[in-house]
Design a protein around this ligand. Structure first.
Ligand code: UTP
Length: 298
């Protein structure tokens, strides 16, 4: 009988990018702190990780990102003021969101040398165990949270997993793309992968959506990884190296929900509409207000 795969306890959140597509908003504020309705984008992604059973949150930060650390810390003055003013609901919500003491770690990527390099910066904190990786600007909107679905698949197949979703054929050059054994399957073996393939050369139209479960051996490959597309150290290139060693399984898990790339202006605006419309306390009045705006300006 095969051994159950090692438990995933830690999740890495690379938040050291420059966010140039969102300037000037990101001049002094991290793009991960932009809000979708009333929660910072990073909080939505941390919610997804915690819903999947993640215990320890590892943030790879950079310059101007200190506010992310503050966001996940206790704000005593604020809590005292809320208590004094009888704002019990707000206080309870803040406390619910607060990670337990000792369950966050922060490290720095001194220069934004690419996603692969950012992940490598987490190697000492992650140690020799498999981990989840969530790109905080990609919001995965679905009934079953994406990472929870991946965790369930991991229980069955172990190894390395990436979430994938189809993109139009003429857009594959903008993404990390995987080739798979059976594109119709919900969970299928990965046969190859490439970061930003030249037009017409992509092995499929399935792109990596920004959710991963990785074995710690990825760090050895990242350590030696040369810069790739965009002259950045690419995670996809290191994953391809691990795949080609053929000593670990690599599976793609299909993500069936809606994806919002909050690193792009359009994706961010769409996320606010989608999350706003589906909020119990806000959906109805927001829908009415939105139709009014669209009616006037649309
Ligand atoms: P992106 O390429 O979308 O982020 O990286 P970016 O570089 O900040 O954005 P633009 O293109 O300049 O607008 C995806 C994720 O990886 C992190 C980013 O913070 C983002 O969450 N990242 C990227 C790093 O942590 N370090 C890097 O060197 C690059």
């Amino acid at each position: 009988m095969s051994k159950a795969p090692a438990r995933i306890r830690k999740a890495v959140f690379p938040v050291a990018g420059l966010g140039t597509r969102f300037l000037p908003a990101t001049k002094a504020m991290p793009k991960e702190m932009l809000t979708v309705v009333d929660r910072p984008v990073i909080q939505h992604v941390v919610d997804e990780a915690r819903a999947a059973g993640i215990e320890h949150l590892v943030f790879v930060t950079g310059r101007n990102k200190g506010v992310i650390e503050d966001h996940f810390d206790q704000q005593f003055e604020l809590e005292r003021t809320l208590a004094e003013r009888g704002k019990d609901k707000e206080l309870a919500a803040l406390r619910r969101d607060l990670p337990a003491p000792g369950q966050t770690s922060f490290t720095r990527q001194q220069a934004a040398q690419g996603l692969g390099h950012a992940v490598w910066c987490a190697r000492d904190i992650v140690g020799n165990e498999p981990f989840a990786l969530l790109l905080p600007d990609m919001l995965h909107f679905s009934a079953v949270p994406c990472l929870a679905k991946m965790m369930a698949a991991y229980e069955d197949v172990g190894g390395n997993l990436v979430a994938v979703s189809p993109v139009p054929e003429d857009q594959t050059q903008n993404y990390g793309i995987v080739g798979v054994r059976d594109p119709e399957d919900d969970v299928t073996e990965i046969t190859t992968m490439v970061e930003k393939p030249k037009p017409g050369t992509a092995p499929s139209n399935l792109h990596i959506t920004g959710r991963y479960i990785l074995q710690p051996e990825i760090f050895e490959l990242l350590e030696r990884q040369k810069p790739g597309a965009g002259n950045e150290i690419q995670l996809t290139d290191a994953m391809l190296g691990l795949l080609e060693r053929r000593d670990q399984d690599f599976h793609a898990v299909r993500f069936d929900g809606e994806l919002y790339d909050c690193g792009s202006k359009l994706g961010f605006l769409m996320a606010n509409v989608a999350y706003g419309l589906t909020r119990e306390d806000l959906g109805e009045p927001f829908r009415a207000a939105l139709s009014k705006v669209v009616g006037k300006l649309g």
